[in-house]
Design a protein around this ligand. Structure first.
Ligand SMILES: *Cc1c(COP(=O)(O)O)cnc(C)c1O
Length: 374
């Protein structure tokens, strides 16, 4: 069986975990956590990076930092993972779901403005498959209406937005706040894990407090205050050093990991691009590709169901992705949304192919052949 995903281990993970254990400091915010955070800040230009136990947690921190309260509206694409909306629902926000582009699952920036009301407080954007949303348009809208931009960059490590003047900025470093995932299905992993990125300095102090159960413990450990106590809301959002040690082993290998994934992505693209039965991912001029995912777009649900079946007959596991959140059992009754036809189209037609570090060329060739012969 060719699995859909296989978590890649660099070989150093358990060694660094042993190091962490041997130091006797295995709770959070120790040496490995700080090394990882420093790496992210230095490499990608985040003003502040805080590791969390998941991307969902990082999004919950975003919802608290953005001061989302009962009755506030938050705009979220419908074609995304539950957490992009859930984190804001927990702060009692009303979620206003937005549609995707026709040829790209990302939020259609031209449709955002019509969803804004005087209750709108934030826009959550998702860089689907690690491909940037149209950030220049979104920044302009947010500035005009004084909204907070939260980047769900769960899939977007090591990917960039290219501004019209040619400058490049890492995804997760452009909005006010960003959230990454190191879940085992992502490019860089720690089992479960995540990161909050903060690009607007006014959120940094409060983020550290929320991260540490509402206490000013981080300031205490830096010697900035002489005792710490309960000063705000928060939770236990920081991971243990065992998780951070694992993550550090991955970060040391981020370049070979990314190179290998890109090679696989490019082979899929080259060998499927002449197949007239399917559409391939579109990478806009303003976006780079971090090879998080390779997906194809089938003609309709029936076509996709049959292709999944055919691949399974050849022992290949390909999987579809999100179900439109505006139609979900949990949310459909809470707020009536209009038709979001592009989101529904991706729900029915998008199919993800196996893409992982250890996928062999022969395995990939067999996947390509099944699709091209179908
Ligand atoms: C994976 C993912 C998440 C959730 O990440 P966790 O670390 O599992 O909480 C959220 N949003 C998107 C877009 C994702 O792909």
């Amino acid at each position: 069986m060719i699995p859909f995903n296989k978590p890649y281990l660099t070989g150093k993970e358990t060694k660094y975990i042993e190091t962490a254990v041997a130091t006797g400091k295995i709770s959070g915010n120790g040496v490995f956590t700080q090394k990882c955070q420093q790496f992210f800040e230095d490499t990608y230009g985040f003003k502040k990076a805080l590791l969390t136990t998941s991307c969902t947690d990082a999004l919950e921190m975003c919802a608290i930092l953005a001061d989302i309260n009962s009755g506030d509206e938050v705009i979220v694409p419908s074609y995304t993972f539950v957490s992009s909306a859930l984190a804001f629902v927990r702060q009692n926000a009303n979620i206003i779901f937005a549609d995707s582009y026709t040829d790209n699952p990302n939020i259609d920036a031209d449709k955002i403005e019509s969803l804004i009301t005087d209750k709108t407080k934030a826009i959550v954007i998702v860089h689907y498959a690690g491909i940037a949303c149209d950030m220049e348009k979104i920044l302009e809208i947010a500035e005009k209406h004084n909204l907070i931009i939260i980047e769900d960059a769960a899939q977007a490590i090591d990917s960039y937005y290219i501004f019209k003047d040619g400058t490049k900025k890492a995804l997760g470093s452009i909005g006010h706040l960003g959230a990454f995932s190191f879940h085992e299905t992502k490019n860089i992993i720690s089992g479960e894990g995540g990161m909050l990125t903060i690009n607007d300095e006014r959120f940094i102090n409060r983020a550290e407090i929320i991260w540490e159960k509402g206490t000013n413990r981080s300031m205490f450990f830096r010697g900035e205050i002489n005792k710490y106590g309960w000063v705000d809301t928060g939770s236990s959002f920081l991971p243990s050093e065992i998780i951070s040690a694992f993550l550090w082993a991955q970060l040391e290998n981020i370049h070979p990991i990314q190179e290998k994934r890109l090679k696989i992505w490019n082979k899929y693209h080259d060998e499927l691009k002449n197949n007239e039965n399917i559409d391939l991912p579109v990478i806009p001029e303003y976006a780079t590709n971090n090879a998080h995912m390779f997906y194809i777009i089938c003609k309709d649900l029936k076509h996709r169901t049959e292709l999944i079946k055919k691949l399974k007959e050849h022992n290949i596991l390909a999987v579809f992705h999100y179900l439109s959140l505006h139609k979900s059992e949990f949310y459909a009754s809470r707020h009536v949304h209009g038709e979001l036809t592009n989101s529904d189209h991706f729900e029915d037609c998008l199919l993800r192919l196996p893409l992982f570090y250890e996928l062999t060329e022969a395995e990939q060739q067999s996947i390509i052949e099944v699709i091209n012969n179908f």
